[in-house]
Write a protein that binds this ligand. Structure first.
Ligand code: ADP
Ligand code: MG
Length: 483
């Protein structure tokens, strides 16, 4: 995206750091549970509480999750990686350091293909993925003077996934987040729940004249919705353009996005890596992975969004755009496949799922898991269209009743007498009646006003309660009107 400034065009450059909470029963270096919603401080081991002399032990399940995610990002898996201590003071970080990875992360370079409107894709480079511990939570709103500390989250495994500075607009950043969320959900490595904070992101934003080198960036911290990521980037880029055009300079700093006001404001000047005094954690050996184990993990990966999308385009002849909409959530893709499998016209199934079903779910504020219309029921409805029991028009009404009642299509068609009239005798009678009652219009039509044809079709459909087979109506009507 190009911003038109007072003094010419500017380009936005964005790099995202995503923090994804790993799905695992226990924490990264302790056996304490990670289950959401427990009483404060009920899930804290001595390791998590930073007691002196306690030794961290790496959780194999978390390592496997990081490797899976790395493979999903088409990235290099490093057979040797190192855990470092990143030293800083937080009240909710009792050890006084976070165990993280710095120079030798578990996953190196890879890429993520993002889906843009119109079915296009763009490849965004991934710099690295590393494993680190989450901190606890400080709770400021339960007492007027005190801050409470809940260490349940302390030590939970996070994956930090760092992109290259290759995103060029808020829309691309949004598409990147959506794709990342889909990927980790397909992999089962993170639940992607942004409201609960399982997936959050820092956005690094700079601007430059097209063709110039990278500008100075600001880092927007801890944004927890895709909409806010896009808003924050847009605001920040325009702010930087204004500063630069007024002859100012951008200071590298960390800023917070205020979602209520829609603005970013400074939090602190940007810290440098040396401020953290990183050093290899002496309590942990380098993490060494077995090549054959990595290959085993690779062989057991599920079908991922891009592969599924390609298959939907090839097997069901969908447009890349429709396919990308359907694969965005695994559950939606599975629902679609139940409806589409074995159908003459799978495109019809895609239209019904995307337009009618998603439309209805949207209005109801539901998702596919709580859909009032099951995949089998929707398939049943499409069967009735394909075997000419009902027209596409009537099918929309039937679908409305299915959403309301949860009944299957055949039952609704039978109960309400919506079966299509294909009997040409009955259609002919209806046409004869319309023709007889509208002599003036017939004369107009015959004197050349061809556009009236649609009006006649409408009248016949109306008189049959919409149940006449449209193809037969067209055919017989043409003959009758020809005179
Ligand atoms: P740090 O750990 O200090 O935040 P990194 O080098 O890990 O620094 O970079 C963090 C993120 O900043 C990466 O996603 C990277 O793509 C992005 N980034 C680096 N330089 C720029 C820039 N000039 N403009 C926008 N984003 C940038
Ligand atoms: Mg950073």
């Amino acid at each position: 995206m190009i911003i038109d400034g007072k003094t010419g065009p500017w380009e936005i450059v964005i790099g995202l750091e995503v923090h994804a909470q790993v799905i695992s029963k226990a924490k990264l270096f302790s056996g304490a549970s990670t289950e959401f919603g427990a009483e404060p401080n009920a899930q804290v081991s001595f390791v998590d509480a930073g007691f002196p002399g306690m030794l961290p032990v790496i959780n194999r399940a978390c390592v496997e999750q990081a490797v899976k995610t790395g493979l999903g990002l088409n990235a290099t898996i490093n057979e040797v990686s190192v855990f470092d201590r990143k030293n800083y003071f937080y009240p909710d970080l009792p050890a006084g350091y976070q165990i993280s990875q710095y120079k030798q992360p578990i996953v190196g370079e890879g890429h993520l293909d993002i889906d843009l409107p119109g079915g296009e894709t763009r490849r965004i480079g991934i710099e690295r993925l590393h494993l680190e511990q989450d901190a606890g939570k400080s709770i400021h709103d339960q007492h007027p003077q005190k801050t409470y500390i809940d260490l349940n989250r302390a030590g939970v495994a996070l994956m930090e996934i760092v992109s290259k500075p290759e995103l060029r607009s808020p829309e691309e950043a949004g598409a990147y987040m959506r794709k990342m969320r889909a990927l980790v959900r397909y992999l089962g490595t993170c639940d992607g729940n942004m409201e609960e904070g399982s997936l959050r992101c820092d956005a690094n934003v700079s601007v430059r004249r097209p063709g110039e080198g990278l500008g100075t960036r600001c880092e927007l911290k801890n944004i927890n919705s895709i909409r806010f990521v896009m808003q924050a980037i847009e605001y920040e880029a325009r702010r930087q353009v204004d500063v630069l055009e007024d002859g100012g300079t951008i200071r590298q700093e960390t800023r917070l996005f205020d979602s209520a006001k829609g603005v970013t404001r400074p939090m602190r000047s940007k810290e440098h890596a040396h401020d953290y005094r990183y050093f290899p954690d002496p309590d942990l050996l380098p993490l060494v992975l077995d090549r054959s184990w990595i290959e085993e993990v690779r062989a057991n990966l599920p079908e991922l969004p891009d592969a599924k999308k390609a298959r939907f385009v090839a097997d069901y002849k969908l447009t890349p755009y429709d396919a990308s909409v359907l694969v965005a959530e695994k559950e939606n893709a599975e629902f679609f496949e139940v409806v589409a499998t074995g159908r003459k016209d799978p495109k019809l199934a895609a239209n019904w799922v995307i337009v009618e079903l998603f439309g209805a779910l949207n209005r109801l504020g539901r998702d596919i898991a709580t859909s009032p219309v099951s995949a089998a029921h929707l398939a049943g409805l499409l069967d009735l269209i394909e075997n000419d029991t009902i027209s596409g028009r009537i099918a929309k009404d039937v679908f409305g009743f299915m959403v309301e009642t949860g009944k299957d299509a055949a039952t609704i068609v039978a109960e309400r007498g919506l079966r299509q009239v294909t009997d040409s005798g009955a259609i002919e009678a209806a046409i004869d009646k319309v023709v007889a009652e509208n002599a003036a219009k017939v004369a107009e039509y015959r004197s050349g006003k061809q556009a009236l044809f649609g009006w006649f079709v409408g009248q016949v459909m109306k008189s049959t309660g919409g149940k006449a087979n449209p193809a037969s109506v067209n055919e017989i009507l043409r003959k009758k009107l020809a005179g």
